[in-house]
Design a protein around this ligand. Sequence first.
Ligand SMILES: Nc1ncnc2c1ncn2[C@@H]1O[C@H](COP(=O)(O)OP(=O)(O)O)[C@@H](O)[C@H]1O
Ligand SMILES: CC(=O)N[C@@H](CCC(=O)OP(=O)(O)O)C(=O)O
Length: 256
Amino acid sequence: MKKIIIIKVGGAIVEHEGQLNQLLDQFAQVDGPKILVHGGGRRATKVATSLSIESKMVDGRRITDADMLKVVTMVYGGLVNKDIVARLQARGVNALGLTGADADVIRSHRRPLKNGIDYGFVGDVDHVKGDLLLTWLDQGIVPVIAPLTHDGQGHMLNTNADTMASETAKALAAYADVTLVYCFEKPGVLSDPADDNSVIPVITRTDFDRLTADGTIAGGMKPKVENALAAVSAGVGRVIITQASAIGQEGGTVIQ
Ligand SMILES: Nc1ncnc2c1ncn2[C@@H]1O[C@H](COP(=O)(O)OP(=O)(O)O)[C@@H](O)[C@H]1O
Ligand SMILES: CC(=O)N[C@@H](CCC(=O)OP(=O)(O)O)C(=O)O
Protein backbone atom coordinates (compact mmCIF):
# COMPACT_ATOMS: atom_id res chain seq x y z
CA MET A 1 0.00 0.00 0.00
CA LYS A 2 1.18 3.51 -0.79
CA LYS A 3 2.60 5.40 2.21
CA ILE A 4 1.83 9.07 2.80
CA ILE A 5 3.19 11.30 5.55
CA ILE A 6 1.31 14.37 6.73
CA ILE A 7 3.16 16.82 8.94
CA LYS A 8 1.40 19.57 10.84
CA VAL A 9 3.50 22.47 12.05
CA GLY A 10 2.16 24.86 14.65
CA GLY A 11 2.32 28.56 15.30
CA ALA A 12 5.31 28.71 17.64
CA ILE A 13 7.59 27.07 15.05
CA VAL A 14 6.20 29.23 12.23
CA GLU A 15 7.14 32.30 14.31
CA HIS A 16 10.70 31.18 14.89
CA GLU A 17 12.96 31.70 11.86
CA GLY A 18 15.58 29.14 12.92
CA GLN A 19 13.13 26.44 14.00
CA LEU A 20 11.02 26.89 10.87
CA ASN A 21 14.07 26.53 8.61
CA GLN A 22 15.19 23.45 10.51
CA LEU A 23 11.71 21.90 10.21
CA LEU A 24 11.59 22.66 6.48
CA ASP A 25 15.08 21.19 5.99
CA GLN A 26 13.87 17.99 7.63
CA PHE A 27 10.58 18.01 5.74
CA ALA A 28 12.50 18.35 2.45
CA GLN A 29 14.46 15.19 3.37
CA VAL A 30 11.32 13.08 3.90
CA ASP A 31 11.05 10.57 1.05
CA GLY A 32 7.83 9.76 -0.79
CA PRO A 33 4.46 11.48 -0.96
CA LYS A 34 4.04 14.13 1.75
CA ILE A 35 1.81 17.01 2.77
CA LEU A 36 2.54 19.93 5.07
CA VAL A 37 -0.33 21.50 7.04
CA HIS A 38 0.57 24.70 8.83
CA GLY A 39 -0.95 26.84 11.57
CA GLY A 40 0.04 30.38 12.36
CA GLY A 41 -2.28 31.32 15.18
CA ARG A 42 0.38 33.36 16.96
CA ARG A 43 1.09 35.41 13.82
CA ALA A 44 -2.64 36.08 13.35
CA THR A 45 -2.87 37.26 16.97
CA LYS A 46 0.10 39.63 16.45
CA VAL A 47 -1.27 41.09 13.22
CA ALA A 48 -4.74 41.45 14.75
CA THR A 49 -3.28 43.23 17.80
CA SER A 50 -1.40 45.65 15.52
CA LEU A 51 -4.79 46.46 13.95
CA SER A 52 -6.39 46.86 17.41
CA ILE A 53 -8.45 43.69 16.93
CA GLU A 54 -8.69 41.58 20.06
CA SER A 55 -8.15 37.79 19.88
CA LYS A 56 -10.42 35.51 21.87
CA MET A 57 -9.82 31.75 22.11
CA VAL A 58 -12.20 29.16 23.58
CA ASP A 59 -10.88 25.61 24.05
CA GLY A 60 -7.98 26.34 21.68
CA ARG A 61 -10.23 27.72 18.94
CA ARG A 62 -10.42 31.33 17.79
CA ILE A 63 -13.67 33.27 17.92
CA THR A 64 -13.68 34.72 14.40
CA ASP A 65 -15.78 37.79 13.62
CA ALA A 66 -15.82 39.52 10.21
CA ASP A 67 -12.68 41.59 10.92
CA MET A 68 -10.80 38.62 12.31
CA LEU A 69 -11.77 36.57 9.24
CA LYS A 70 -10.05 39.18 7.06
CA VAL A 71 -6.93 38.98 9.23
CA VAL A 72 -6.72 35.18 9.22
CA THR A 73 -7.38 34.99 5.47
CA MET A 74 -4.48 37.39 4.84
CA VAL A 75 -2.16 35.83 7.37
CA TYR A 76 -2.76 32.10 6.80
CA GLY A 77 -3.65 32.11 3.08
CA GLY A 78 -1.12 34.81 2.17
CA LEU A 79 1.79 35.60 4.42
CA VAL A 80 2.44 32.29 6.15
CA ASN A 81 1.44 29.94 3.32
CA LYS A 82 3.40 31.68 0.57
CA ASP A 83 6.45 32.17 2.79
CA ILE A 84 6.56 28.41 3.48
CA VAL A 85 5.97 27.56 -0.20
CA ALA A 86 8.87 29.79 -1.29
CA ARG A 87 11.17 28.30 1.36
CA LEU A 88 10.27 24.77 0.22
CA GLN A 89 10.83 25.62 -3.44
CA ALA A 90 14.31 26.82 -2.44
CA ARG A 91 14.87 23.35 -0.98
CA GLY A 92 13.88 21.58 -4.19
CA VAL A 93 10.39 20.67 -2.97
CA ASN A 94 7.67 21.39 -5.54
CA ALA A 95 5.23 22.88 -3.04
CA LEU A 96 1.70 23.92 -3.95
CA GLY A 97 0.16 26.36 -1.45
CA LEU A 98 -3.56 25.86 -0.86
CA THR A 99 -6.48 26.93 1.24
CA GLY A 100 -9.52 24.66 1.30
CA ALA A 101 -11.15 26.88 -1.33
CA ASP A 102 -8.42 26.25 -3.90
CA ALA A 103 -9.55 23.48 -6.25
CA ASP A 104 -12.39 23.00 -3.74
CA VAL A 105 -10.03 20.79 -1.79
CA ILE A 106 -11.61 21.22 1.69
CA ARG A 107 -15.21 22.24 2.22
CA SER A 108 -16.86 23.04 5.53
CA HIS A 109 -19.96 24.55 7.09
CA ARG A 110 -20.13 27.29 9.66
CA ARG A 111 -19.88 25.85 13.15
CA PRO A 112 -23.25 25.90 14.93
CA LEU A 113 -23.50 27.29 18.47
CA LYS A 114 -21.57 25.01 20.86
CA ASN A 115 -22.52 25.23 24.55
CA GLY A 116 -24.03 28.61 23.73
CA ILE A 117 -20.78 29.86 22.17
CA ASP A 118 -20.88 31.45 18.72
CA TYR A 119 -17.45 30.89 17.15
CA GLY A 120 -18.36 33.16 14.23
CA PHE A 121 -16.75 32.39 10.87
CA VAL A 122 -15.25 29.07 11.90
CA GLY A 123 -15.65 26.01 9.69
CA ASP A 124 -16.31 22.40 10.65
CA VAL A 125 -14.98 20.22 7.83
CA ASP A 126 -17.45 18.28 5.65
CA HIS A 127 -15.30 16.99 2.82
CA VAL A 128 -11.67 16.68 1.77
CA LYS A 129 -10.91 15.82 -1.87
CA GLY A 130 -8.52 12.99 -1.13
CA ASP A 131 -8.51 11.80 -4.76
CA LEU A 132 -7.33 15.22 -5.96
CA LEU A 133 -4.59 15.37 -3.32
CA LEU A 134 -3.47 11.92 -4.48
CA THR A 135 -3.30 13.07 -8.10
CA TRP A 136 -0.97 15.90 -7.07
CA LEU A 137 1.11 13.61 -4.87
CA ASP A 138 1.49 11.17 -7.78
CA GLN A 139 2.94 14.05 -9.83
CA GLY A 140 5.52 14.83 -7.16
CA ILE A 141 3.68 17.96 -6.04
CA VAL A 142 3.70 18.66 -2.30
CA PRO A 143 0.51 20.32 -1.01
CA VAL A 144 1.05 22.96 1.68
CA ILE A 145 -2.31 23.52 3.34
CA ALA A 146 -3.35 26.67 5.24
CA PRO A 147 -5.98 26.51 8.03
CA LEU A 148 -8.80 27.98 5.94
CA THR A 149 -11.78 26.25 4.33
CA HIS A 150 -14.79 27.44 2.34
CA ASP A 151 -18.51 26.78 2.49
CA GLY A 152 -19.21 26.51 -1.26
CA GLN A 153 -21.34 29.64 -1.05
CA GLY A 154 -18.63 32.22 -1.36
CA HIS A 155 -17.37 32.38 2.21
CA MET A 156 -13.99 31.54 3.65
CA LEU A 157 -14.04 29.98 7.14
CA ASN A 158 -11.28 29.82 9.73
CA THR A 159 -10.49 26.20 10.63
CA ASN A 160 -8.19 24.89 13.34
CA ALA A 161 -4.97 23.66 11.73
CA ASP A 162 -4.90 20.48 13.82
CA THR A 163 -8.36 19.67 12.44
CA MET A 164 -7.19 20.37 8.87
CA ALA A 165 -4.36 17.85 9.36
CA SER A 166 -6.59 15.20 10.89
CA GLU A 167 -9.35 15.55 8.27
CA THR A 168 -6.78 15.38 5.47
CA ALA A 169 -5.23 12.26 7.01
CA LYS A 170 -8.68 10.66 7.40
CA ALA A 171 -9.57 11.30 3.76
CA LEU A 172 -6.29 9.82 2.52
CA ALA A 173 -6.52 6.78 4.80
CA ALA A 174 -9.04 5.35 2.30
CA TYR A 175 -6.25 5.17 -0.30
CA ALA A 176 -3.00 4.80 1.58
CA ASP A 177 -1.12 3.94 4.76
CA VAL A 178 -1.03 7.39 6.38
CA THR A 179 1.26 8.66 9.12
CA LEU A 180 0.22 11.92 10.79
CA VAL A 181 2.81 13.85 12.78
CA TYR A 182 1.83 16.86 14.85
CA CYS A 183 5.00 18.76 15.53
CA PHE A 184 5.28 21.66 17.91
CA GLU A 185 7.79 23.24 20.27
CA LYS A 186 7.68 20.65 23.07
CA PRO A 187 8.90 17.03 23.04
CA GLY A 188 5.38 15.56 23.26
CA VAL A 189 2.32 15.65 25.47
CA LEU A 190 3.67 16.24 28.98
CA SER A 191 2.32 15.00 32.32
CA ASP A 192 3.80 18.19 33.83
CA PRO A 193 3.61 20.97 31.22
CA ALA A 194 6.53 22.70 33.00
CA ASP A 195 8.80 19.65 32.69
CA ASP A 196 10.04 18.67 29.22
CA ASN A 197 11.23 15.33 30.63
CA SER A 198 7.68 14.25 31.47
CA VAL A 199 6.58 13.07 27.98
CA ILE A 200 3.61 10.68 28.09
CA PRO A 201 4.64 7.92 25.64
CA VAL A 202 1.13 6.69 24.71
CA ILE A 203 -2.32 8.28 25.03
CA THR A 204 -5.60 6.43 24.45
CA ARG A 205 -9.15 7.87 24.50
CA THR A 206 -9.52 6.78 28.14
CA ASP A 207 -6.26 8.51 29.08
CA PHE A 208 -7.43 11.64 27.24
CA ASP A 209 -10.68 11.80 29.23
CA ARG A 210 -8.73 11.53 32.49
CA LEU A 211 -5.99 13.99 31.46
CA THR A 212 -8.49 16.66 30.37
CA ALA A 213 -10.62 16.17 33.49
CA ASP A 214 -7.60 16.73 35.77
CA GLY A 215 -6.33 19.68 33.67
CA THR A 216 -3.09 18.04 32.47
CA ILE A 217 -4.18 18.54 28.85
CA ALA A 218 -5.43 22.08 28.35
CA GLY A 219 -5.55 24.97 25.89
CA GLY A 220 -4.33 24.23 22.37
CA MET A 221 -3.29 20.70 23.38
CA LYS A 222 -6.95 19.70 23.79
CA PRO A 223 -7.99 20.06 20.12
CA LYS A 224 -4.64 18.55 19.08
CA VAL A 225 -5.18 15.30 21.01
CA GLU A 226 -8.91 15.24 20.13
CA ASN A 227 -8.04 15.51 16.44
CA ALA A 228 -5.30 12.91 16.78
CA LEU A 229 -7.75 10.44 18.39
CA ALA A 230 -10.30 11.10 15.63
CA ALA A 231 -7.65 10.28 13.01
CA VAL A 232 -6.77 6.99 14.75
CA SER A 233 -10.46 5.99 14.97
CA ALA A 234 -10.85 6.68 11.24
CA GLY A 235 -8.04 4.33 10.23
CA VAL A 236 -4.98 6.58 10.07
CA GLY A 237 -2.07 4.16 10.60
CA ARG A 238 0.15 6.11 12.97
CA VAL A 239 -0.41 9.39 14.80
CA ILE A 240 2.37 11.07 16.79
CA ILE A 241 2.68 14.35 18.68
CA THR A 242 6.32 15.37 18.89
CA GLN A 243 8.93 18.11 18.78
CA ALA A 244 9.51 19.77 15.42
CA SER A 245 13.24 19.01 15.59
CA ALA A 246 12.54 15.29 16.15
CA ILE A 247 10.58 14.35 13.01
CA GLY A 248 11.46 10.83 11.94
CA GLN A 249 13.12 10.02 15.28
CA GLU A 250 11.81 7.85 18.08
CA GLY A 251 10.06 9.61 20.95
CA GLY A 252 7.14 11.94 21.33
CA THR A 253 3.62 10.80 22.23
CA VAL A 254 1.93 8.06 20.21
CA ILE A 255 -1.86 8.39 20.03
CA GLN A 256 -3.71 5.06 19.98
N1 LIG B 1 0.00 18.41 28.74
C1 LIG B 1 0.53 19.28 27.86
N2 LIG B 1 1.68 18.97 27.23
C2 LIG B 1 2.25 19.83 26.35
N3 LIG B 1 1.72 21.02 26.04
C3 LIG B 1 0.55 21.39 26.64
C4 LIG B 1 -0.08 20.52 27.55
N4 LIG B 1 -1.24 21.12 27.97
C5 LIG B 1 -1.28 22.31 27.37
N5 LIG B 1 -0.23 22.48 26.55
C6 LIG B 1 -0.01 23.68 25.75
O1 LIG B 1 -0.43 23.41 24.44
C7 LIG B 1 0.42 24.15 23.56
C8 LIG B 1 0.31 23.54 22.18
O2 LIG B 1 -0.90 23.93 21.61
P1 LIG B 1 -0.89 25.08 20.52
O3 LIG B 1 -0.23 26.30 21.06
O4 LIG B 1 -2.26 25.19 19.96
O5 LIG B 1 0.12 24.42 19.49
P2 LIG B 1 0.23 24.56 17.94
O6 LIG B 1 0.25 26.03 17.63
O7 LIG B 1 1.51 23.85 17.63
O8 LIG B 1 -0.96 23.86 17.37
C9 LIG B 1 1.77 24.06 24.19
O9 LIG B 1 2.61 25.13 23.80
C10 LIG B 1 1.44 24.11 25.68
O10 LIG B 1 1.51 25.44 26.15
C1 LIG C 1 -10.72 28.16 14.37
C2 LIG C 1 -9.29 28.29 14.80
O1 LIG C 1 -9.00 28.21 15.98
N1 LIG C 1 -8.39 28.49 13.85
C3 LIG C 1 -7.00 28.65 14.15
C4 LIG C 1 -6.22 28.40 12.87
C5 LIG C 1 -4.73 28.56 13.05
C6 LIG C 1 -4.15 27.47 13.90
O2 LIG C 1 -4.76 26.48 14.25
O3 LIG C 1 -2.82 27.71 14.18
P1 LIG C 1 -1.88 26.94 15.21
O4 LIG C 1 -1.68 25.57 14.68
O5 LIG C 1 -0.65 27.76 15.15
O6 LIG C 1 -2.54 26.95 16.56
C7 LIG C 1 -6.71 30.06 14.68
O7 LIG C 1 -7.16 31.02 14.07
O8 LIG C 1 -5.94 30.17 15.65
